[in-house]
Design a protein. Structure first.
Length: 206
C-alpha cells in the first residue's frame, strides 16, 4: 500500500512539473487565447457593443466600484476604436458599467450622448438578453468588442439569440501573457473560460 501511494505521489509530482514547464516555457497559453479570439475584423461604423468584465467593490457610503483589469482593457480599446473609426453609437453592457466604464469613456472623448448603458447584466448570457432590447431600436451593423479570450463565448451567445455581430476583440490576455509570471494568471483565466464554454454548451446558450 505504501509503495502504491509513493508511486501515485511521484506520478502527481511529475505531472505537476510537466504542467509548470508547459505553461511557463511554451506558447500554449497565447495559442489557446488566439483560438478563442475568433476573427479579427476591420469593422468601423454603426453600433459598437462593449461588454464589461469584473469590477471590484470598495466599502464606503455608498460603496464604490472600480473596473477590474479586463474591464479596463476593454474600455481602453473601446476608446481607441471610437477615435479611429466611425461609430455613431456605443452600447455598454454589464453591472457597474455606468460607474466604471462610462466616466472613463467620456473623459477620453466619447460623447455621452452617443453612449447607451445596460447596467444590470452579471453574466455573458444576461449581456446578450438585456442588450437585445436596446439593439432592437437601433439600425446598422452591430460590432462586438470584448476581451480576446471571451469573444468565442460572447459572439456565439449573440448568434444564438439571432443577433448578427461582427467581432472586434480587445487584446487583453494576449498583452498580458508575454511574461512568465503573468502567463500563469492568463492560464487560470483561460481554464475558467473553457469551463464556462462547456457549461454554456450544456445549457444550450451557445
Amino acid at each position: 500500500m505504501l509503495s502504491r501511494l509513493l508511486a501515485l505521489l511521484r506520478m502527481g509530482l511529475m505531472c505537476a512539473g510537466a504542467l509548470v514547464l508547459l505553461i511557463t516555457f511554451t506558447p500554449i497559453v497565447p495559442w489557446t487565447v488566439r483560438l478563442l479570439t475568433c476573427r479579427w475584423t476591420d469593422a468601423d461604423r454603426d453600433v459598437l457593443i462593449v461588454l464589461s468584465g469584473p469590477v471590484a467593490s470598495y466599502p464606503g457610503t455608498p460603496p464604490s466600484l472600480v473596473a477590474g483589469e479586463s474591464t479596463y482593457w476593454r474600455a481602453v480599446d473601446a476608446i481607441y476604436v471610437w477615435r479611429h473609426a466611425h461609430f455613431r453609437t456605443m452600447v455598454l453592457s454589464g453591472a457597474g458599467s455606468a460607474e466604471t466604464i462610462e466616466p472613463l469613456l467620456v473623459a477620453n472623448g466619447v460623447p455621452q450622448s452617443a453612449i447607451l448603458v445596460e447596467d444590470r447584466a452579471t453574466s455573458t448570457r444576461e449581456n446578450v438578453l438585456f442588450t437585445k432590447r436596446i439593439l432592437a431600436g437601433l439600425s446598422g451593423r452591430f460590432v462586438l468588442l470584448t476581451s480576446d479570450y471571451h469573444m468565442f463565448r460572447a459572439s456565439r451567445c449573440f448568434s444564438h439569440e439571432r443577433i448578427p455581430v461582427e467581432t472586434l476583440p480587445a487584446p487583453d490576455l494576449l498583452k498580458r501573457c508575454h511574461t512568465r509570471v503573468a502567463r500563469w494568471q492568463a492560464f487560470w483565466m483561460v481554464a475558467e473560460e473553457l469551463v464556462k464554454i462547456g457549461y454554456y454548451r450544456v445549457r444550450g446558450w451557445i
